[in-house]
Design a protein around this ligand. Structure first.
Ligand code: ADP
Ligand code: MG
Length: 181
């Protein structure tokens, strides 16, 4: 709150933030990457793996076949340090891995019929101590954690190409620039 002096110009006010605290009015940082082929998606996964830490949640959204599992596989294989059998959790809804950075939980919530069911899959433990990769995060409704990295995969015009639109929420806002293209 400004006690005196001229008012801050209205168009600047939302970003006037000398305290350094997160300003809810400030735009959420976003980046869009063009992924010309599957190898580019895999490189994004490797780059993401390098900065992931326990308690991180990455929400992977996009249509069927957009590449969510492909990206998750690349993250997991990179963390495990070699080619790894990474089955899609389409039917099991969750697969867990013991990585050198701690446990990783790969969720595919497409078949979740109600957000509440996610507790049975171990979401609480995943959020408390693991890295969580979540396909179909919209199935969580209000249970989707506010602090997260959103990666939305979209089909591009060229066959085999995708766009990855990334939005960093909360602490991710300051980290999103570290993800290499
Ligand atoms: P989702 O989990 O989003 O349903 P998948 O990762 O299982 O999608 O499947 C993506 C499919 O698209 C795979 O068959 C993959 O080989 C293919 N593909 C083609 N180009 C790309 C790309 N640039 N990135 C990711 N997958 C791609
Ligand atoms: Mg999938």
């Amino acid at each position: 709150m400004r006690a005196s002096g001229a008012p801050v110009a209205p168009f600047l006010a939302p970003r006037y933030n000398p305290s350094g605290m997160t300003d809810p009015a400030a735009p959420t940082p976003a980046r869009s990457l063009f992924l010309p082929d599957e190898a580019a998606t895999e490189r994004l996964g490797v780059s993401l793996a390098a900065i992931l830490m326990p308690r991180d949640l990455v929400a992977l959204s996009g249509d069927l076949g957009a590449g969510k599992t492909c990206l998750a596989r690349a993250v997991i294989a990179s963390l495990m340090g070699g080619p790894e059998e990474v089955p899609s959790p389409t039917f099991t809804l969750v697969q867990t891995y013991e990585t050198p950075k701690g446990p990783l939980w790969h969720f595919d919530l497409y078949r979740l019929s109600a957000p509440d069911e996610v507790w049975e899959l171990g979401l609480e433990e995943a959020l408390a101590e693991g890295i969580s990769l979540v396909e179909w995060p919209e199935r969580l409704g209000n249970l989707l954690p506010a602090t997260r990295l959103d990666i939305m995969l979209r089909f591009a015009d060229a066959p085999g190409a995708r766009h990855a639109d990334m939005v960093g929420h909360g602490a991710w806002a300051a980290r999103i620039d570290r993800i290499a293209a």
